[in-house]
Design a binder for this molecule. Structure first.
Ligand SMILES: Nc1ncnc2c1ncn2[C@@H]1O[C@H](COP(=O)(O)OP(=O)(O)O)[C@@H](O)[C@H]1O
Ligand SMILES: O=c1ccn([C@@H]2O[C@H](COP(=O)(O)OP(=O)(O)O)[C@@H](O)[C@H]2O)c(=O)[nH]1
Length: 217
């Protein structure tokens, strides 16, 4: 289960490939601020924010047949099989009358990435990458207070490892294609004041390399 080829053959009604929305992937470690900044971005620009994690948590709540499996994977900090997450993303995108989406927290590994491209034929416009040190992410997650079952120190450590081993290679893949706009945590401390700069980065499509000089450590 879960290969890109298998995902490509699953029923997708072909509609996402037809809709061809603009997609921006928002990536970063657990607690790096993806959700927080997506909320800022949608407030000012015409994007719809889709959090893959929120879609999976809603699926658990809905009592679907996959609910128990998803719950176990999230508790363990593991990555849910691509076909499950991609189906939820597809359903959400097709059900929303917009053509610009911020996809937050996906793709989380190479297999997610390859399966999404195989199924949807969509390449992201670019990737917004929130780069934040582990100790800062840990501090934030432990005080996030959203009652999440995975915001405990044991699962957090597992999620950090999965991020380093499986998710960073996805960022590197897109960086090699010149598609990554990196925002570092020093900027994020000031992000409320600097939100407009972040938004300009998106709306004017400034070359990532210029911003990497400005934004990175
Ligand atoms: N720049 C920041 N400085 C301090 N705390 C932040 C910052 N951005 C987000 N947070 C807080 O950190 C926690 C994790 O942020 P969140 O956006 O949920 O991260 P992610 O979606 O990447 O897991 C939240 O409680 C949020 O309020
Ligand atoms: O595409 C995704 C997105 C999320 N998850 C699972 O959902 C959890 C929480 O992800 P989310 O993006 O909501 O939170 P973050 O870890 O970034 O704080 C992850 O650890 C994974 O177990 C997943 O399997 N695939």
């Amino acid at each position: 289960m879960g290969s890109a080829a298998e995902a490509a053959t699953m029923s997708t009604h072909g509609s996402l490939a037809e809709k061809k929305p603009t997609v921006v992937f928002v990536l970063g470690g657990p607690g790096s601020g993806k959700g927080t900044q997506c909320a800022n971005i949608v407030e000012h620009f015409g994007y719809t924010h889709l959090s893959a994690g929120d879609l999976l948590r809603a699926e658990i709540k809905s009592g679907s047949e996959n609910g128990t499996m998803i719950q176990t994977m999230i508790k363990e900090g593991k990555i849910v099989p691509s076909e499950v997450t991609i189906k939820l993303l597809e359903k959400a995108i097709l059900g929303i009358d917009n053509d610009k989406f911020l996809i937050d927290g996906f793709p989380r590994n190479e297999e997610n990435r390859a399966a999404f491209e195989a199924v949807t034929k969509i390449e992201p416009e670019f990737v917004l990458f929130f780069d934040c040190p582990e100790e800062e992410m840990e501090r934030r997650l432990l005080s996030r207070n959203q009652g999440r079952e995975d915001d405990n120190i044991e699962t957090i450590r597992k999620r950090f490892k999965v991020f380093l081993d499986s998710s960073l290679p996805v960022v590197e893949y897109y960086a090699a294609k010149g598609k990554v706009k990196k925002v570092n945590h020093f900027l994020m401390y000031w992000l409320n004041a600097y939100t407009l700069n972040l938004l300009n980065l998106i709306s004017f499509q400034v070359k990532p390399s210029i911003f990497c000089v400005w934004l990175s450590d």
